[in-house]
Design a protein around this ligand. Structure first.
Ligand SMILES: [Zn+2]
Length: 66
């Protein structure tokens, strides 16, 4: 009784068996596509984003003018 999974890339249903050495992907191509997408997402993220929330939290500079 084989466990069936869906290829994360093309959503094709495959059997979780030695027939698919690239599982959960249906093929090496789909595996590379998913890996490439993951890497490109990592590259898209800028190195470090400055957090301004810490600056406003220190406060003390608020001068209500009424
Ligand atoms: Zn696939």
């Amino acid at each position: 009784m084989a466990v069936r999974v869906n290829c994360p890339t093309c959503k094709r249903g495959i059997a979780w068996s030695d027939d698919y050495p690239f599982r959960p992907f249906c093929s090496e191509r789909c595996r590379l596509i998913d890996l490439g997408a993951w890497l490109s997402e990592q590259h898209a993220i800028p190195g470090k984003e400055p957090e301004f929330s810490d600056e406003s939290a220190s406060g003390g500079d608020s001068s209500p003018e009424n």
